[in-house]
Design a protein around this ligand. Structure first.
Ligand SMILES: *Cc1c(COP(=O)(O)O)cnc(C)c1O
Length: 380
């Protein structure tokens, strides 16, 4: 069982997660400079510059760039000293759970709110045991994962609070940039995210002690030549990825504008269809509009989500199920914790209804109108 559709993209297909790419000549200038100075990795000029830019953008003291978001989560988990059990949603990308399990921490899956798709804080409290050391919130689709409530719960129970902010680059909560909540937040810069470095990510924190530890862990624990002072891993970002990042950052506003225009176009085209709901975003906050998430209610819509995806695929639109069937129904969790589903009725229901449609700077309004007419024509 995997979360990929069987059909691989063909030329001409419209698919979810087409990378946003900034100015090509700016990128190539930077690549030439990397080759000229022959500094390819290990805290090169572009990595340091990208870290500065991202820290400033998020209003945090420290940004530690890493080779990908999953390794970033692992480094943050290690630096926070998380052990025993950690509470997280099952309705997330599998990396959130794997990053914990990889370090021998038991992921305790908690149910979500049907409306926000994010952790339900009351249910988080009910899943705390004497072995719980942390809460891992995920700002799904870029919508805030109840930062205030989770901050209170973590403080009350003496838990670490980590956020997987892989979806939330450029989003705010109560005017404050997501990335600055909890003890640590982790971003992903994977090719499919709003802002990408091909592969990459960053760990954000305001805590000096954690930042220092995470920089050590990222580089094998080296505190200078020949001096290893901590267990570490190779989590470094290289200069080529940072060069793409700096270039893409220069076009971030354009990517977000395109996404927003696309979202509004989908909204206009789909708004009035019974049984189909396009998720919304708080217009008073900054959003990145990166995920066009539709929920299909089979009874009212006439066909189910899976049939809808099949029809879209046949018409060269690679819409995707997202986070179906939930982490708890994938290995190794399915075998290790076969009872998890009992606690996750909302997760199971949402995972069966959600469908994600193409957007990004490469998706035109004309294409969106075509996609929406396929959807309308599929109603029996
Ligand atoms: C993309 C993603 C990750 C993993 O990030 P990588 O950079 O691909 O390792 C983790 N969590 C969520 C929610 C994601 O969407």
């Amino acid at each position: 069982m995997n979360q990929w559709n069987d059909r691989k993209p063909l030329p001409g297909d419209l698919h979810v997660g087409k990378p946003n790419i900034g100015d090509r000549s700016r990128f190539l200038e930077r690549i030439n400079r990397i080759l000229d100075v022959r500094w390819l990795t290990n805290n090169g000029q572009y990595v340091v510059e990208l870290e500065d830019r991202i820290a400033t953008l998020h209003g945090v003291k420290h940004c530690v760039a890493v080779c990908n978001g999953t390794v970033g989560l692992g480094i943050a988990i290690r630096a926070l000293g998380i052990e025993g059990e950690a509470i997280l949603p099952s309705y997330t990308f599998i990396a959130t759970a794997h990053a914990l399990m990889w370090q021998g921490i038991k992921p305790v899956f908690c149910d979500i709110d049907e409306r926000t798709h994010n952790l339900n804080p009351e249910k988080v409290e009910s899943r705390i045991t004497s072995a719980t050391t942390a809460i891992v919130g995920v700002h799904l689709w870029g919508r805030p994962c109840v930062p205030d409530e989770l901050t209170d719960i973590a403080a009350t129970h003496g838990l670490q609070l980590l956020f997987d902010a892989a979806h939330a680059f450029g989003c705010t909560y109560r005017g404050r940039t997501i990335g600055s909540f909890g003890d640590v937040e982790v971003l992903s810069f994977h090719a499919t995210k709003i802002f990408n470095t091909a592969e990459g990510g960053a760990i954000l924190t305001n805590r000096d002690d954690l930042a220092e530890k995470m920089r050590l862990i990222r580089d094998f624990g080296f505190a200078g030549y020949d001096n290893v002072v901590h267990l570490g891993i190779n989590g470094k970002m290289n200069e080529f990825c940072a060069a793409l990042g700096l270039t893409n950052l220069e076009s971030l506003d354009r990517f977000i504008d395109a996404n927003r225009r696309n979202y509004n176009c989908y909204r206009e085209e789909l708004e009035h269809l019974p049984g189909l709901k396009l998720i919304d975003f708080n217009e008073e906050e900054k959003n990145n509009w990166q995920y066009i998430v539709v929920e299909i209610d089979e009874k009212k819509f006439g066909i189910n989500r899976d049939d809808m995806i099949r029809i879209l695929n046949q018409n060269h639109v690679l819409a995707r199920k997202y986070f179906w069937p939930g982490c708890h129904r994938m290995e190794p969790y399915r075998t290790l914790y076969p009872e998890s589903g009992k606690h996750l009725p909302v997760t199971e229901c949402v995972a069966a209804r959600v469908l994600v449609l193409p957007t990004g700077s490469e998706t035109s309004e004309l294409n969106i109108m075509k996609i929406c007419s396929i959807i309308r024509d599929s109603i029996p």
